[in-house]
Design a protein around this ligand. Structure first.
Ligand code: SF4
Length: 431
């Protein structure tokens, strides 16, 4: 901190409005203390998601899991958790450790699960046994598997079984009825070792459908990356973020958490569109998602924790400008910081364009676009993909038909070389 202050003095910087480095630390500390309680209960997000009706249940066939309370974060905290752990110097240790005290898995000691893993091995696969979910989480950690993708593959196979599209003999004799704990744990082991049906599932749901030759329309993925534990019919800004994210169905490229507030005043204040921050409305989501994508790109570029710096609204574009000035002496207005974020998003898009990605690839699974949620507070809604994409491309300055950034957009961001590359791509497409 002393070194940074000295550098600031050398650069003659006024710290963007006269704030001192100590002020910045003080501000962060104050906000973190305020949010400490909320952060410690991060794992209990199953309940709000249940209350809002977008908790993916039995492979997104419902947004309401009737056993959510039995597998809740509250129960985990009260009956299983033994300690917390955090990154160096973090005042919010967001990781937890648990011990299973009795039953079949007595003595099991593991780390986590955070919301995605907990929801994935309970609601997503229809499992109401918390011990099984903790065992599944621990197996994924020890075997080096992504819990979310593993659970998507298993729940996809369970849906095929339920629909009569997968014979028991094709699944190594396992009974893939919803919530069958023994089958869930057996499949995790098989996936890790690429044994039998596990080898079919081991490369993700889209690859599994291709190997099996059926069920690709039921895979819950975008561009090959399996979706998180949020049904986009009940969280439309998140859904648009999944559709356009550069590495597939990825919430961490935008994570427009303000939508969870369902508060139209935030939409009006930030974007001049009240619906932008209403989770069931589709208007204004192009503005919401492009803003949050630019912000996430900056949070990543500064190598800070999104959990705190973005989700708790600490490192805004304005404060990021102050941090950059403190570290480098370089003055950068907040608008220029956001422009740097937009440059990152556009160059990632151009990478994907070069690899063949177009508007047709910015799509969510058919279920979300055509089938309504059958029950709960998000009942009766679909994901209105096309108007949201139109608005997003307009906001980004990308071609409406193809989803390719226009030359004007690229040049305005100082990405002229990518515009030249684009010309070559278009020429080769014509030939
Ligand atoms: S991930 Fe973020 S919130 Fe969690 S311990 Fe690390 S710095 Fe803290």
């Amino acid at each position: 901190m002393r070194r940074l202050d000295a550098r600031r003095r050398r650069s003659g910087s006024s710290w963007g409005g006269g704030a001192s480095l100590a002020d910045l630390y003080g501000y962060a500390g104050k906000v973190l203390r305020v949010d400490l309680t909320r952060q410690k209960t991060r794992v209990s997000d199953l309940e709000p998601d249940l209350a809002a009706g977008f908790l993916p249940t039995r492979h997104y066939t419902s947004g309401v899991f009737e056993h959510a309370w039995e597998v809740s974060g509250e129960r985990l905290a009260e009956e299983y958790n033994v300690k917390t752990r955090g990154c160096f110097a973090c005042t919010i240790p967001c990781s937890r450790f648990y011990v299973v005290k009795d039953g079949k898995f007595a003595g099991l000691y593991g780390e986590g699960p955070e919301y995605e893993a907990l929801g994935s091995f309970t609601a997503r696969v229809g499992n109401s046994d918390l011990d099984v979910a903790l065992k599944a989480n621990d197996m994924c950690n020890r075997l080096g598997l992504d819990a979310l993708t593993t659970a998507e593959c298993i729940s996809w196979a369970m849906e095929l079984h339920e629909r009569g599209m997968l014979k028991r003999s094709e699944a190594d004799g396992l009974d893939l009825s919803w919530g069958n704990g023994e089958a869930i744990l057996a499949l995790i082991e098989k996936i890790a070792r690429r044994e039998g049906f596990g080898d079919v599932l081991a490369d993700g749901s889209r690859a599994a459908a291709e190997k099996l030759g059926r069920g690709v329309e039921l895979t819950m993925q975008v561009k090959g990356l399996d979706l998180i534990m949020a049904d986009p019919r009940g969280l439309k800004g998140f859904g648009l973020g999944f559709a356009v994210a550069s590495r597939g169905g990825d919430h961490l490229r935008s994570e427009p958490f303000i939508e969870l507030s369902d508060d139209p005043r935030r939409g009006e204040e930030l974007f001049g569109v009240p619906e932008a921050t209403l989770r069931l409305a589709h208007r204004g989501k192009g503005k919401l998602v492009s803003y949050f994508e630019d912000w996430c790109a900056i949070i990543d570029a500064l190598e800070t924790c999104k959990n705190i710096m973005q989700n708790m609204e600490i490192l805004t574009f304005e404060r990021a400008a102050e941090v950059i000035e403190a570290a480098t002496g370089m003055r950068m207005p907040a608008s220029e910081v956001r422009r740097a974020g937009a440059r990152i998003v556009n160059i990632e898009r151009m990478f994907n364009v070069r690899e063949g990605v177009r508007r047709r690839d910015d799509t969510l699974p058919r279920r979300f676009r055509e089938e309504t949620l059958p029950e709960g507070p998000s009942r009766g809604t679909v994901f209105e993909q096309e108007p949201m994409l139109d608005e997003y491309y307009a906001e980004r300055g990308w071609d409406q038909r193809t989803g390719i950034p226009t030359r004007e957009t690229l040049e305005s961001l100082g990405l002229g070389y990518a515009a030249d590359e684009l010309r070559k791509i278009k020429a080769s497409e014509r030939n």
